[in-house]
Design a protein around this ligand. Structure first.
Ligand code: ADP
Ligand code: G6P
Length: 472
């Protein structure tokens, strides 16, 4: 077994087996912010990524991806149902996102969660060199730090949660809350997107486990666990370079023409998820059309919503509702050759996304709750001429950093409509001032700055940072 001195452990590998139109297996980059962030960061680093390849049954042997070794962990059909679709995505995901959908609690799901976490811990123990740094990611694997420490006390273990960590009132609902907290405390460093999340965690550790905790450190057994906020980011320079590539510039001009050269293009790009506020946004847009504040011949909304977790009931219901609403709005307000909304569910490559960002005069990112939201950051990075308006939910982690965006509360329909109108009608001077400030922030706080701050807190020797090329 080949071993590495840096091991990243995440439920998702950066590639995913999707079935090609001819029925063959086709490997594609997996969707989602976690993969976007870590894939960019690890490229050409001698690291191993331990994760699931998207199917069931025996784990396929995968080639290296951009120099990073792929180590697959298999999931059975039962694990997929009870661990991934069940405990991870129908218990923890809704609970951690303000319970915007009702979390479900089933003992069978918890058993699967423990079993799969144990399997990930064992796979990681096999591929980690003596004294290696292991970086465990996200809510699917909260027990791995504790399980791995029991197997391999020599490792330096970090844990990072990409999604929000809820306030005690919500977390306390979890039947197995103590075990989950103890699992996370197996790490040397527990990182969150926002300081509020670290605070929630410290409060819960004190309340549930009776262990004294501050927002920065917790003493457990004979160790100190550090905690803190490390807002994840993007490769700002790379997105800017992509957005200025001649083929992307051409593609953007063609897209605008194909959209009927409207005065305003409004864009949204989401995974099809009930946390993203897609229905609220469609309702706001539809009311603006009905009020006559927005006219189909002047404005067009492009909604990209790539399907996600398609076998989970709440996701199926959402997709049906969104598609019905898009159909209704187009039927009611569209004209021949001029739909009010262009609705796309396909995965796009990075260049096509960059072209879409270039075309968007207003980018509407209005989740009900989101750990960070990298789409908002990608849009800002792509606006190399400082134009464009970002409409951003207060409930996205990104709002703490991009405070110059047009901030809205997506639960407040009137506020959402007013915010969208303000972004559509803003003067070029106003949007430029805001965009410049946000771009400056992202140039300083990019994905490498994130890795630098997290990994230097985890590994004080600094050797990891040098290997990642993240020192400068
Ligand atoms: P989440 O992690 O909840 O999906 P983020 O906004 O943080 O939300 O990250 C989404 C990531 O997935 C971004 O990097 C975005 O570019 C990418 N993405 C979203 N939609 C698509 C799509 N249709 N095709 C390809 N990539 C997409
Ligand atoms: C969010 C989560 C990630 C997850 C991604 C895509 O970004 O934080 O852990 O990988 O969504 O979801 P999926 O269920 O397809 O992995």
């Amino acid at each position: 077994m080949r071993q590495s001195s840096l091991v990243v452990v995440a439920n998702r590998l950066p590639i995913d087996d999707s079935v090609a139109p001819d029925g063959a297996c086709e490997w594609r980059r997996s969707p989602g912010g976690l993969v976007s962030a870590l894939h960019t960061l690890l490229r050409h680093t001698p690291a191993t990524w331990v994760g699931w390849a998207g199917g069931t049954g025996t784990a396929p042997a995968l080639p290296d991806v951009d120099g990073v070794r792929m180590h697959t962990v298999p999931l059975s059909a039962e694990d997929l149902r009870d661990h991934y679709e069940g405990f991870a995505n129908a218990t923890l995901w809704p609970l951690y996102h303000d319970s915007v959908e009702q979390p479900e609690y089933h003992r069978r799901w918890w058993e699967a969660y423990q079993r799969v976490n144990q399997r990930f811990a064992e796979a990681t123990a096999d591929v980690a060199e003596e004294g290696a740094v292991v970086w465990v990611q996200d809510y699917h694997l909260q027990l791995v730090p504790g399980l791995l420490r029991a197997l391999r006390p020599d490792l330096r273990i970090g844990f990072f949660l990409h999604v929000p960590f809820p306030p005690p009132e919500l977390f306390m609902q979890l039947p197995r809350r103590a075990e989950l907290l103890r699992g996370m405390l197996g790490a040397d460093l527990v990182g969150f997107q926002r300081a509020q999340a670290a605070h929630n965690f410290a409060q819960l550790v004190a309340k549930v486990l009776g262990v004294p905790a501050t927002d920065r450190r917790i003493a457990v057994d004979d160790r100190v666990v550090r905690i803190g906020a490390f807002p994840v980011s993007i490769d700002t320079v790379e997105m800017g370079a992509l957005a200025t590539r001649p083929d992307v510039v051409d593609r953007a001009s063609r897209l605008r023409r194909d959209l009927g050269s409207p005065d305003h293009v409004v864009l949204s790009v989401d995974r099809m998820d009930y946390t993203k506020g897609i229905e609220q946004r469609l309702k706001a847009y539809s009311e603006l059309l009905a009020d006559g504040h927005v006219k189909v011949r002047d404005s067009v909304l492009v909604q990209v919503a790539v399907p996600s977790r398609e076998r989970v009931g709440q996701y199926q219901i959402l997709r049906d509702r969104v598609e019905r609403e898009v159909g209704r709005i187009n039927g009611e307000f569209g004209r021949v050759g001029e739909p009010a909304i262009h609705y796309l569910t396909q995965p796009f490559d990075r260049a096509e996304l960059a072209a879409l960002y270039r075309v968007a005069d207003v980018m509407a990112v209005t989740p009900l709750r989101d750990g960070m939201n990298l789409v908002a950051k990608e849009y800002v990075a792509a606006r190399v001429d400082d134009s464009g308006a970002l409409l951003l939910s207060e409930f996205a982690g990104a709002a703490a950093e991009l405070s110059e965006a047009y901030l809205v509360n997506p639960h407040d329909l009137e506020g959402l409509k007013q915010g969208l109108l303000a972004a559509l009608r803003a003067s070029p001077d106003d949007t430029r001032t805001r965009m410049r400030a946000m771009r400056a922030h992202l140039h300083e706080h990019d994905i490498r700055a994130w890795a630098r701050s997290y990994l230097s807190a985890l590994d004080d020797s600094g050797s990891l940072l040098t290997r990642l090329g993240a020192t400068g």
